[in-house]
Design a protein around this ligand. Structure first.
Ligand SMILES: [Zn+2]
Length: 304
């Protein structure tokens, strides 16, 4: 009896440990140092291949496939942007090795959403192309992108936990909508995209008790009415460029303001609901491929 309890404890422990994989980050820097010792780009490619890509975690393998990332992309990026790589090095290791309470996060999620699917979380290194993405099995954190923002250790922890919590909601959405990644959402209007992203922020806040400092949230709260009067003209359109994923083009305002709008509509839905637990489930459960977000929006009773 005693032994089986210990065995159970050990398997649970090992299982919990496997929820997070960070070996890709340390493998990358070993490969990076070896690449520095050579001027021959063919040799450099061979190093990245054998020391990083061939040792990839299952999640990184998926990312390589999704992005059709090639070994030559890494070598080009390393040779072209040594300053940028040096700048993020220490921070990527910190992010990947910090102690995150993933079990607590998963348990809290299961409480509000019993059919919760548990993905594996992987800290990986790409070529500065994306900060995070999901498949139905994995949450991938593009550690080198996250590391570009300088933050204190505690801010970094909250910000990474927020990233994980936000992406966890996407994984549940992907199951409901039967898709493998965000690119597979066809025919989704701006309102749908805003709610899909904003609901992740809303649930992340509920799970963590607070959100990290996010520019679009601050700006959104200060300019809510003005933003809404602009957003409602665009919300049934299919063009999202002015409102989200616009980090490189947005100049006079913070990017991704549609996330704030989606968040605040979810908040309105939740505040009005008599049954809060049911409301959280409904927010996660919106089936965007069946256009359920239109009914959800009407029920939320957000500003006219
Ligand atoms: Zn998202």
């Amino acid at each position: 009896m005693k032994y089986s309890v210990i065995f159970l404890f050990l398997t649970t422990f090992v299982y919990a440990q496997k929820r997070v994989s960070n070996t890709d980050v340390s493998n990358f820097w070993k490969a990076y140092d070896l690449v520095q010792k050579s001027n021959d780009s063919l040799k450099q490619m061979e190093i990245i291949n054998t020391e990083y890509l061939e040792k990839a975690s299952p999640a990184l393998k998926t990312l390589i496939k999704m992005d059709t990332m090639k070994v030559s992309d890494y070598v080009r990026s390393i040779n072209k942007m040594p300053k940028r790589w040096n700048k993020v090095r220490e921070q990527t290791l910190k992010i990947a090795q910090q102690d995150y309470d993933i079990e607590k996060l998963y348990t809290s999620f299961k409480k509000i959403y019993p059919s919760f699917h548990s993905p594996q979380i992987s800290f990986v290194i790409g070529t500065f192309n994306r900060g995070g993405t999901t498949t139905r099995e994995f949450i991938l954190i593009g550690t080198e992108v996250v590391a570009l923002t300088s933050l204190s250790d505690s801010e970094l922890k909250l910000s990474t936990e927020y990233n994980i919590a936000h992406e966890l909601v996407h994984v549940q959405q992907d199951y409901i909508n039967g898709v493998n990644n965000e690119e597979e959402y066809h025919d989704l209007d701006l309102l749908g995209w805003a709610l899909m992203e904003g609901s992740c922020d809303f649930i992340a806040e509920k799970l963590l008790g607070k959100l990290p400092h996010i520019e679009y949230m601050d700006y959104g709260r200060q300019h809510e009415e003005q933003l809404w009067s602009e957003f409602k003209k665009d919300m049934y359109r299919y063009d999202t460029d002015q409102w989200m994923y616009n980090g490189s083009s947005s100049k006079d305002k913070p990017a991704d303001l549609a996330y704030f709008i989606g968040y605040t509509i979810c908040k309105s839905y939740y505040d009005k609901a008599a049954d809060k637990k049911a409301a959280l489930k409904e927010i996660i459960n919106i089936n965007y491929s069946k256009k359920e977000h239109h009914t959800f929006f009407k029920k939320a009773g957000y500003m006219k």
